[in-house]
Design a binder for this molecule. Structure first.
Ligand code: BG6
Length: 504
């Protein structure tokens, strides 16, 4: 479907006063509006508990757009036209009134537009409200049209396999699976979508994309930010639940999946589930050999004092929650048998960088003395957005001397088009009913199955091998050992051929 076919849309954001709505959702909706992707007739309702009036609410939203939108400060005329469509509705998600109000509002809008509009419900709320909101939507028949009505659920989707299964069952009682859009915003990132284009639209690398030519794959999502004010949520989650179970395993799927028969939601998601199901089950004994967890301690970050994790607000003083994880996975299928996939993520790290590295094997027969064989393909997802191929070349001169060089694709040099924010692409996908980049129930459960043995072992031995690292480093030395013991190395940025600055 393209934008001209889009019908009238009613977009409801539960948690309309929250941080996600302020920083991400409204800036994304505003950009969809100014670039012409919203239907002619649309209405957005921010629903939240606290009293507020429209004028105040809109002022707050404008401030968010001015601060966080990729298109910079809002244009006064555009904002005026866009914000006319926004209404703040005060309501308690646990009571009937707000749902009755929404029902009336939708009816009125449908009458005015002479057609039944789409209804999109974004759950930008604490997970404890998911069930009650769903029950009420269902009770008041607000999502009765399976083709036009959709809900968007943010992570965390459950806290373990059992709770995720329960939640899936519960949601499927109230909605058809095609109405449920479980968001993983990493899948909406332009550079992540481009990995699929790179792999499946170019034949060059496909013959090499297997265990015969690839030594190992590594995926890093390093964040500079600390846990900050999110301690209340984070202390019950940790890096494994917060990042590996969803974002990093999804990146792994995009790198490792087979080519689907077409680019349609069910076929793409089938291929991803196949990969998740093929990941080797982790034995309890392997958890402490193949996974490293760590917490940041107090220190300095860029000259600024940084509190240790246990001193962060709402974090237990005796917490054993990990803020860093590095681990090794294997995929037991014929393409990937024996190829380790190293994943790592952490807070308070040396720099922000999300990078996927495909390390090809050395030339089978080396004829040059100084051949370092970089043979490395790097997808830089953020903040750099590029794909680089590192290879050996001859240094110009009289003798045969080699040096690694790189071939780069950057968005900046190749495109004049701006790169949209993940939430823009994903919100548009929901409006268009395209679930390709959303998590299906079985994907979520398969991902939980993978991490459960790690969670269980860490729960059983809460402080065993829990390492520490200083802010502004790349994590504990043990994470380095994990990969160097296999004679490999971590890479963060294309120019960084060697590992550096691991905390001792
Ligand atoms: C969220 C996590 O899902 O992703 C956060 O809960 C994390 O802890 C964030 O900071 C990272 O997203 P991005 O897009 O900034 O890399």
């Amino acid at each position: 479907m393209n934008k001209t076919q889009l019908k009238t849309a009613n977009i409801v954001i539960f948690g309309g006063n929250g941080d996600l709505a302020w920083r991400k959702l409204f800036p994304a909706l505003y950009n969809l509006y100014i670039y012409g992707f919203l239907p002619k007739s649309f209405a957005i309702y921010g629903v939240d508990y606290l009293p507020n009036d429209d004028a105040n609410y809109k002022k707050h939203l404008l401030d968010g757009i001015n601060n966080f939108s990729r298109s910079g400060k809002a244009d006064a005329k555009q904002w005026e036209a866009f914000s006319k469509n926004i209404t703040y509705l005060q309501g308690d998600f646990t009571k009937d009134e707000i749902f009755i109000t929404l029902g009336k509002v939708f009816e009125e809008n449908d009458k005015q537009c002479k057609s039944r509009g789409e209804r999109i419900f974004y759950y930008s709320v604490s997970p404890k409200f998911i069930e009650i909101i769903s029950e009420s939507l269902s009770k008041f028949k607000l999502t009765a049209d399976k083709n036009l009505d959709r809900i968007i659920i943010e992570k965390p989707f459950g806290t373990d396999l059992k709770t995720a299964q329960h939640l899936n069952k519960f949601l499927q009682k109230h909605f058809a699976e095609k109405q449920i859009f479980r968001i993983d915003h990493y899948l909406g990132k332009e550079t992540v979508q481009n990995i699929m284009a790179f792999r499946f639209a170019n034949n060059v690398f496909d013959p090499l994309w297997n265990n015969k030519y690839i030594d190992y794959v590594q995926i890093t999502v390093a964040e500079e930010v600390s846990v900050g004010s999110r301690g209340g949520y984070y202390d019950g989650a940790g890096a494994l639940r917060d990042m590996i179970q969803n974002h990093l395993l999804q990146l792994l799927c995009v790198v490792a999946m087979e080519c689907p028969i077409n680019y349609e939601a069910e076929n793409v998601r089938n291929m991803k589930v196949d990969i998740l199901n093929a990941i080797r089950k982790i034995k309890t004994n392997d958890v402490f050999n193949n996974f490293v967890r760590a917490q940041y301690i107090a220190g300095e970050w860029n000259g600024v004092p940084q509190a240790g994790y246990k001193q962060e607000k709402d974090v237990a003083k005796s917490s054993t929650t990990e803020t860093f994880v590095a681990g090794k996975f294997f995929i037991d299928n014929s393409r990937w048998k024996g190829v380790p996939f190293y994943l790592r993520t952490g807070k308070c790290m040396e720099q922000q960088a999300s990078v996927v590295v495909i390390q090809f094997k050395d030339a089978p027969h080396k004829i040059f003395k100084d051949d370092k064989s970089p043979n490395r393909l790097i997808f830089s997802i953020q903040p750099q957005q590029e794909i680089s191929l590192l290879f050996e070349s001859k240094i110009p001169g009289m003798h045969m001397k080699l040096k690694p060089v790189e071939m780069d694709f950057t968005y900046r040099e190749s495109y004049t088009e701006a790169v949209p924010e993940a939430y823009e692409s994903l919100l548009l996908d929901v409006l268009e009913g395209d679930a390709t980049l959303f998590m299906r129930a079985d994907q979520i459960e398969a991902a939980w199955k993978i991490v459960m043995p790690i969670l269980d072992a860490w729960k059983k031995f809460p402080s065993r091998d829990l390492k520490k690292y200083k802010p502004g480093t790349l994590g504990p030395k043990a994470a380095n050992d994990l990969i160097t013991n296999d004679k490999f190395e971590w890479v963060l940025l294309p120019e960084q051929l060697m590992t550096k600055n691991m905390d001792k």
